[in-house]
Design a protein around this ligand. Structure first.
Ligand SMILES: Cc1ncc(COP(=O)(O)O)c(C=O)c1O
Length: 430
């Protein structure tokens, strides 16, 4: 019967093959998902299991994704934002003794980015210390790290923005020298490398997102990556209600000591399944999400290849616009896995950013800002305790003059040509 259902699903998919957008006629989104028949097969397969919660597909995905990202462990969660919160929560575990991150500690980060890279710092009562970024790489300014350091500094939590890795070696060495934790937010940068090493392998913890805009999708989803088994065990507890027990869903007594242990002030033999060692969450995914992740993962390398090819095509064809537009560059030593194509409007054209994005949107070309621009100027951080290093001049430039256009694998040269021609047309009009 399962085979019959799958045959019908295949026929259904073939009858509704997704159509590519026609430039000028259809909207060219800045980001999107590429799904195929195999993704639908996996989704239905997981549905037919009717297991619903994390199950065989989640287990498979965690194993396969850890291998792809060249780390020891992967924990699947329900979003990239949850992954960031879980990664940070892990560092607050009392079991880390003198390395435990506590309220009042300072965490170095950047303001030119996505809010949920920074929010966990504030949510745990710590103080974000904002440093500027470099242009046109859009990555953390390394020369600011020493200035940001104080006796209260406990960690660096920062993203490889738009898929272009920051110099992870320098940041890693700085963390080692000063006994700081490093969380790499790789939500935009799955598959990128620095000095030949995969992003996510430099930090103590790393995070990814599987929201449809990202390199691969499961609708909603994310992951935390670990080289270290102790941190993995702590994070598993935080992800799964804060419990002490590590049984997989649907399993009991894996430790064989379920009714034979003593914890805190609980009576001897209190069921280990209901012993809690952390103030935890439930961030697990459904197996339908994980099933789509399994099929998407098989295509990840082709998705990344297409993104990077589209980046090269846009770079080459926008070269003639450099007088007015600052084009993006990879960090020296980096092999990016581009998420978007950032453009900063230069000189006299500064503050014309909204004019150009309006022009492009009017011509059915999707544009995005570099997320929160300068997060310190956003409403959410007005009342928040923070430290700002220097004048964040490039961050302000990004807030005022930067936007990005798409290069996701659903876009072909015909779409990119249309985007380039419209940008050139706008510049000619000015
Ligand atoms: C750098 C970065 N971190 C975290 C996130 C959050 O991921 P999610 O949307 O899966 O919560 C995003 C979202 O795009 C992001 O760009």
């Amino acid at each position: 019967m399962r085979d019959r259902v799958h045959q019908s699903v295949k026929d259904y998919y073939q009858s509704r093959l997704p159509k590519k957008p026609v430039p000028g006629q259809d909207y060219l989104a800045a980001a999107g998902k590429v799904l195929d028949e195999d993704d639908l097969h996996h989704l239905v397969d997981a549905g037919l299991d009717m297991w619903l919660t994390s199950g065989r597909f989640a287990e498979q995905f965690e194993k396969d994704f850890a291998k792809t990202m060249e780390v020891k462990h992967c924990l699947l969660v329900n979003s990239g934002s949850s992954a960031n919160l879980l990664a940070f929560a892990t560092l607050t575990s009392p079991s880390l003794a003198d390395r435990q991150v506590k309220a009042g500690d300072e965490i170095i980060t950047v303001a030119a980015g996505f809010p949920t890279t920074v929010n966990p710092i504030v949510q745990y009562g710590c103080v974000p210390v904002f440093v500027d970024v470099e242009l046109p790489t859009y990555q953390i300014k390394l020369s600011e790290l020493e200035k940001a350091l104080s006796p209260k500094t406990k960690a660096i939590m920062v993203a490889h923005t738009l898929g272009n890795p920051f110099n992870a070696k320098v940041v890693q060495d700085f963390c080692k020298k000063h006994a700081l934790w490093l969380i790499e937010d790789c939500c935009d940068a799955v598959g990128a490398r620095f000095n030949g090493e995969m992003v996510g392998t430099f930090g103590d913890l790393a995070t990814t997102s599987f929201y449809p805009a990202h390199h691969m999708t499961m609708g909603e989803g994310g992951a935390v990556l670990f080289k270290n088994s102790k941190l993995y065990n702590i994070a598993t507890s935080f992800r799964d209600w804060g419990r002490d027990c590590w049984c997989a869903p649907g399993h009991d007594n894996t430790c064989q000591k379920r009714f034979a242990q003593q914890f805190a002030e609980l009576p001897m033999g209190y069921d280990h399944k209901y012993v809690y060692s952390h103030i935890g969450y439930n961030f697990k995914v459904t197996d339908m999400q994980a099933a789509v992740g399994c099929s998407q993962l098989k295509k990840l390398s082709t998705f990344i290849e297409k993104r990077n090819k589209n980046f090269a095509y846009l770079s080459k064809n926008l070269k003639g616009c450099e007088e007015h537009l600052l084009l993006p560059e990879a960090t020296p030593g980096a092999t990016p896995s581009w998420f978007g194509f950032p453009i900063t409007v230069r000189g006299n054209f500064t503050n014309k950013r909204n004019e150009i994005t309006t022009y492009l949107e009017d011509h059915k070309i999707g544009t995005r800002l570099l997320f929160g621009g300068n997060l310190t100027k956003q409403p959410l951080y007005q009342q928040t305790k923070k430290r700002i290093i220097g004048d964040l001049i490039n961050t302000d430039m990004i807030m005022n003059s930067t936007f990005w256009i798409g290069l996701w694998p659903g876009l072909d040269e015909i779409h990119l040509d249309y985007m380039v021609n419209n940008i050139k047309q706008y510049l000619k009009m000015r």
